[in-house]
Design a protein around this ligand. Structure first.
Ligand code: GSH
Length: 230
């Protein structure tokens, strides 16, 4: 039976799963959860995922949420090989570190910014979040110093999570490509993957949502802001 993916393709974590499924040649039935219409808070959806987030995978009754967990599951259970998520303990630990970095740092900050803009009516991104995002870019640029891909010399799940996040966060806090040229090189490389269009497609939907918020960065620094409020 075809696995179901509860999703909305504007979501960066959903796009990370769609990239993984494409890379593995897995077909998924898409079940759309409209977050703008708050369908993720519907009691029926909460029964499936009490964390009320997409993506959620339903593999014939086995429910998994969190894009990073879903991707690891898909490779482990359905991958023809383990290249995207190697069993080798050190290689896997490096990929896991990048995935947690995505979750806590880059996507973690993006999620807060998007939430403030889309649901809380903020028109200006607080300086602190811009600085946090930029610090994430700086770290990612370092990761990319020694290899073509986010976790070294080989394409892995880390690339799928991080590219869907970075191409989205770039709309709020643009990546300074002069400062972070490794990120620019990496983005170009990922765009050459034959299934990259999956991310691009959802990114357009994300762009449409956030362009309606007219988000702007602050023009003054966090410390200046503090000075004006004390
Ligand atoms: N760590 C989760 C994050 C998922 C997430 O935050 N998804 C957002 C959409 S981009 C969502 O469902 N937001 C609604 C909510 O959490 O209430 C993952 O990687 O799947």
């Amino acid at each position: 039976m075809v696995m179901k993916l509860y999703m909305t393709n504007s979501s960066p974590p959903v796009r990370a799963v769609l990239l993984t499924a494409e890379a593995l040649g897995i077909k998924l039935e898409h079940v759309i959860v409209n977050i703008m219409a708050l369908e993720h808070l519907d009691p029926k959806f909460l029964e499936i995922n009490p964390q009320h987030s997409v993506p959620v995978l339903d593999d014939n009754g086995t429910i998994i949420w969190d894009s990073h967990a879903i991707n690891a599951y898909l490779v482990t259970k359905y991958g023809k090989d383990d290249s995207l998520y190697p069993k080798d303990s050190f290689k896997r630990a490096v990929i896991d570190q990048r995935l947690h970095f995505d979750s806590c740092n880059l996507f973690g900050v993006l999620r807060i910014i998007a939430h403030l803009m889309v649901f809380k009516g903020y028109k200006i991104i607080p300086d602190y979040l811009v600085e946090e995002m930029d610090d994430g870019y700086k770290t990612l640029n370092e990761f990319l110093k020694d290899g073509d891909w986010a976790a070294g010399d080989d394409l892995s799940l880390a690339d799928f999570s991080l590219i869907s996040t970075v191409t989205s966060s770039d709309l709020f806090v643009p990546v300074d490509t002069e400062k972070y040229e490794n990120i620019e090189r990496w983005i170009h490389k990922i765009k050459e993957l034959p299934y990259y269009h999956v991310n691009q497609h959802g990114l357009h939907a994300f762009k449409r949502i956030i362009s309606s918020t007219h988000a702007k960065q602050r023009k003054y620094s966090f410390f200046e802001m503090l000075a004006t409020t004390t």
